[in-house]
Ligand binder design. Sequence first.
Ligand SMILES: Nc1ncnc2c1ncn2[C@@H]1O[C@H](COP(=O)(O)OP(=O)(O)OP(=O)(O)O)[C@@H](O)[C@H]1O
Ligand code: SF4
Ligand SMILES: [Mg+2]
Length: 331
Amino acid sequence: MKDDDGMVLRTVDLKKHFRASKGLNLSSRSKTQVVRAVDGVSLSIPAGKTVAVVGESGCGKTTLARTIALLTEPSGGEIYLDGQRIDGGRESHREVYRKLQMVFQDPDSSLDPQMKVGNSISQPLKGLTGMSDREVRKAAVESLEAVGMSEDYFDRLPRQLSGGQKQRVAVARAISTHPRLLILDEPTSALDASVQAQILRLLVDLQKKYSLSYMLITHNIAVAGYLSDMMAVMYAGNLVEYGPCSDVMSRPRHPYTITLINSAPVPDPWKRNLLSVNIKGEVPSAINPPSGCKFHPRCPYAQAVCSEVNPPLEEITPGRWVACHFVEKTA
Ligand SMILES: Nc1ncnc2c1ncn2[C@@H]1O[C@H](COP(=O)(O)OP(=O)(O)OP(=O)(O)O)[C@@H](O)[C@H]1O
Ligand code: SF4
Ligand SMILES: [Mg+2]
């Protein structure tokens, strides 16, 4: 994953470490400890494709998304958008946000409750594009229509909308600048199952219509399977597996991915022929992660070297990447 060719986004050894706060209940001795939320992630997103990022709660998915979107300063590494390095103030934030937008899980927290739908969409559009008021209105209406809502909703407040409609407005706002990449952080997990399906179908349609690329963060393996071309599996701030979604789901190779896929409520065809590994132990602390391979205390294949040396993410077959010293055991 070293080449920008055909990639809308590429990160190189991206890190986001937080200083652990008192709120985390640390002893006085450990006040200066560091939360390694994202601990060296190299990830590429091909143009026009969807890459799902999956992993247990607290593994760093949202922090990775926020760091890529420059909502928080990276602690290390590099971020390239369309081949241009964007971290460290190299590109104006205005230019970055025109090309890269985020949709969050909860539209109630991403939409201002006092702001009418039309203004919610128009405001960033105006700030990022320098269009005239007339052009902004036209583009905002087009975005609303693209998500299946009419201009009639322009003057409504979020409280006058259903959960699904609010998320459509959040998507309309995100696509209004015709971005290259949308980062979707659990975009449907706050919605009822039927509404979730509608929003997923909408995302598929919008991707085709606008040639969008998606980074999709989800807990739901079935959602990842429905929407994604590629799957990136995150564990304790690192990527442990990356490859075509259908391959990773049907033949996971990292021991953690195997447990993750096996424990997921997915349709039978996807579960068949998977190795059965019982996951044990807790999600590791981001403050004091295990040495070597961070999965070693929970891994049924762990050997002495695993607690000493962190395995790099290596391409085991073309397009298929795994970080494990003993990947041959899961072949
Ligand atoms: N601002 C912050 N300050 C300190 N620690 C943080 C901060 N934001 C996140 N963390 C920590 O970083 C780690 C990763 O959190 P993050 O929210 O990225 O996980 P996640 O994979 O998105 O989890 P979930 O699936 O529950 O949304 C966690 O240990 C979290 O407590
Ligand atoms: S490196 Fe060792 S501990 Fe880590 S996943 Fe592979 S076998 Fe398990
Ligand atoms: Mg999250």
